[in-house]
Design a protein around this ligand. Sequence first.
Ligand SMILES: [Fe+2]
Length: 202
Amino acid sequence: MNAFQLLKADHEKVAQLFEQLESASGKAKLGVFDQIRTELELHTHIEEKIFYPALEKPAETHDLTLEAYEEHAVVKKLLQELGRARTANEEWEAQAKVLQENVEHHVEEEENELFPKASQALEEEEIEALGERMEAEKARRQGGARSSAKKGGAKKASKKSAGGKKGGKSSGKKGGSKGGSRKSGSKGGKRSTKKAAKKRRR
Ligand SMILES: [Fe+2]
């Protein structure tokens, strides 16, 4: 799959998800949004890591590529804000619509302006190689996400052990504070012995 085919397939998938978003309601809406977010994050990642750097240098694609980075930044910000919502209220729907419009504009510009210019600026083999690299990066990220979901327990356990280590460090500090509390404890001890002494004197 060359770079254009791969990215167009991504665009198509996201367009379908946006259609689903419109017809979904309630909690299901947020579920569809999560899918859109996952897709767009993966898509912007492979473009920014592999596709855009190859298009930044050629004069034909330079300006459009810089614009594309900026458009991605806007999309990412919207994704973040929308992702914070617990319910899809009217404001959320309005913002989701803005996201959709931004994505649609970006996709149109890529497919109708950037891709034709990129096919002039780059050799066919380069476009093929970029597609393969993006495909591999996608699989790597998806595989990573999947295996971490599978190894959820193991990861948690390793996190725990990491936390344990950290805990060890901080407990070292805590040990210090414990030492402090021990001191205060010993002060308390002294006090109590004084009290005890007073009692004894009485
Ligand atoms: Fe893009």
